[in-house]
Structure formats: structure tokens, C-alpha cells
Design a protein around this ligand. Sequence first.
Ligand SMILES: C[S@@+](CC[C@H](N)C(=O)[O-])C[C@H]1O[C@@H](n2cnc3c(N)ncnc32)[C@H](O)[C@@H]1O
Length: 198
Amino acid sequence: MRFKVWLKSRVADRVLLPLRKELIELIDPGSTVFEVGCGTGDLLFRSASKIKSGYGVDLDPAMIEFAGNKRLERDLDHLTFECIDALQVSNTQFDVSTSTLCLHELPESKACDLLRLMVDRSKVVLIADYTAAKSTSSKIGIEFDELISGHYGNYKRYRRSGEIPSYAEKIDAVVELEIASEIDGISIWKISKRATNS
Ligand SMILES: C[S@@+](CC[C@H](N)C(=O)[O-])C[C@H]1O[C@@H](n2cnc3c(N)ncnc32)[C@H](O)[C@@H]1O
């Protein structure tokens, strides 16, 4: 297993466990779920017993290979993982589209395109991403993580622009709810398509 995947599955996925639980709480039982930037597939594996199906996509082949092998080991036929840019995914509808800690990494236009795709493809969109942390240790931790991530500029622009709500506004979608995660510095936003008056 590559070091990056090992670190992701053994450290990051464990740290993010409270967030996974919070997201799974927000997903109705029996839902079809589309996850953009699924990484090791941790959210879909943890929600597997609750959902009807899960489709996770990621640009990173090593992450998708890890998720695909785990799916086979656990015999979870209702989960599918694909190494593909989410913007290239065929025009399927889902009950829920979700993405965790992905949009802040990207240039604003790409993040907005992905958010628009999720809003178009599902009734409910759940985005978990960075927001202002309360404690100094979390602030320093997130800054350090982002500094070494290779996408610090995109992260800073994301924070300055007004985070996920500003992206939702740009694509004319509605933020129905913001829930502060137990993990300081992360929020979950529930977003939906704006109703048309016709
Ligand atoms: C910080 S990781 C988060 C992974 C996972 N969501 C989690 O919570 O552990 C962001 C992931 O988004 C993926 N990603 C970024 N842009 C993408 C795109 N256009 N389509 C699919 N995946 C994308 C990256 O490859 C990366 O694995």
C-alpha cells in the first residue's frame, strides 16, 4: 500500500470519524448516494448498511484501488468506486450527493462546477468543508495542513471568498442548513436547488 493511502486510511480517516457520523446521520435510510472526491471511500463504507447504493469517484487511482479492494473484501456489491473526474460522470440522478474536504482544494470555477453538478444530480447536497476554527490549536493545525498540501492558494481564496455559502450563491443554489461539526474548523452545509416559480 502506498504511504499516502496508508496515511489517509490509518490517520486522516480516523480523525474524520466524528464528521463521517454526522454526515451519515443526515442521510435518509435507503438513499442512493454519490460522493465526489471519495478518497479511500471511508464515508461510503461507514454508511454501507444504511444506504441503498453508493457511487464514489476520485481523481486519485491509488485511493480508488484501495476502495475497490476493500469493497471486494467486504463483499459490498451496492458500492461502486471509479477513478474519474466527477465532472465527467454520466447524467445519473441520486438521492444525495456529498463531498468532504474537496471543494476548498480547487480553483473557485471548478469547485462551483462540481457543486452545480451535485445540485443538478440530487435533491439533497451535503458538503463538509473548512470554516473558521474556534481554537488556536485547530487554526494552526488547519493552516499547517493546508500549507503542506500543495493547494494553499486555493484554500486561502476559498476562505476569503466566503466558503461554501458563497459558492452556493454563485450557482444560485440555496443553503438550507449549516451544522458546525464536532471537529473544530469544519462545517456541514445542506444545499439544494432554488425552487422555480412556474
Ligand atoms: C482532501 S481529499 C478528501 C477525501 C475524502 N473525501 C475524505 O473525506 O477523506 C479530496 C479528494 O478530492 C479528490 N478530487 C479533487 N477534485 C476531484 C474531481 N474533480 N473529481 C473527483 N475527485 C476529485 C482528490 O483526488 C482527493 O482525493
